[in-house]
Design a binder for this molecule. Sequence first.
Ligand SMILES: [Zn+2]
Length: 390
Amino acid sequence: MNKLLFFWMIFVSFSCASYLEELKWPKGETFLTFLEKNNLPLTIYYTLDKEEQELAAEIVAGVRYQVLKSDDEQLEQVLIPIGEELQMHLKKVKNEFMMEITPIVFQEEKHSVAIEIHHSPYIDIVKATNNHGLANEFSQSFKSGVNLRSLQKGDKLVLLFQQKRRLGKPFGSIKIDASMLETAKKQNYIFYYNENYYNQKGEELDNFLLTKPVNYTRISSVFTQKRWHPVLKKYRAHLGIDYAAPTGTPVRSAGNGKIVFAGTKGGYGKTIEVSHDGSYKTLYAHLNGFARGIRGGQRVKQNQVIGYVGNTGMSTGPHLHFGLYRSNVAINPASVVKVAKSSLGGKELKEFMRYTEELKQHVETALENGEEPRREEEFDNFSLLEKAHS
Ligand SMILES: [Zn+2]
């Protein structure tokens, strides 16, 4: 009940008869089409500054957003998450709508789960926890660790993970601090460390390596989930890396994949999105144009030229905005774009060993206790509160 109360505190200036709905952002919807659909003035969008318009292009299909409506179905407030730290907060103030970017309030939880394998790790994790994000993340992390097809019934799996929760529901990306798969009497560990997965010897796992998408002159903006601009007194985020380069410089696909979008995307201007193996997606924005024949549905190879650097959309000079997403959540491309995988050594390895030794003990405890998993609830569109509130 506290969460609901808290909800009401976020929505500060609602009228006395309102109700709250949680919805999933539809595929193909943009912030502009959302305003149009709800008969809201489009000036809300056009008066946003450059960076806010860029952020508005970051709304992800499927994201859960909240709407506060009056009893006569009029929109009063809307909360739309952008990345993992910020949200767009649309609200009516003295009969006029305004948009403000505010921090998302969430809790960070640590969980452990111990399960027996009956079908496949993915299916068994979902059965036990109803948490698809967790199952996805596990499959990703273990891909190059163990041959998952060679598992036997009764093999054991332990996961220690961190989950964010917003308004009672899982939110954002999941970090699996340690996973242990026991098969053929052998324990196989994978650890999350320094934004990457490692085996127990401190060798980085070759999950997904991207190449740099452009020859750039300098990095003009780095990735950040949340930043406070002290002069503008606004929250900012930059969910990608900006590579400054002259107009017309070739932009190359950072990995093998399939083009899922090639067109204009709000503040990002001419944009290409490529989906890759294992729920990764890359985004290339502000392009001057696309390479010949580039369109949705087409397969591309790593390093293939897909477009050219430009200045389209909300951009102050020619550059490539490069975004990386895992399971639709923006992550820092700098952690994945690199030349080769690395092994830890020296002092760093010692530190890693100390850190993982502790996690291993947690795993052992979870294994002994047969840790009951937390089950996530099924999500449907629903109204949190139906009744008038005064
Ligand atoms: Zn950018």
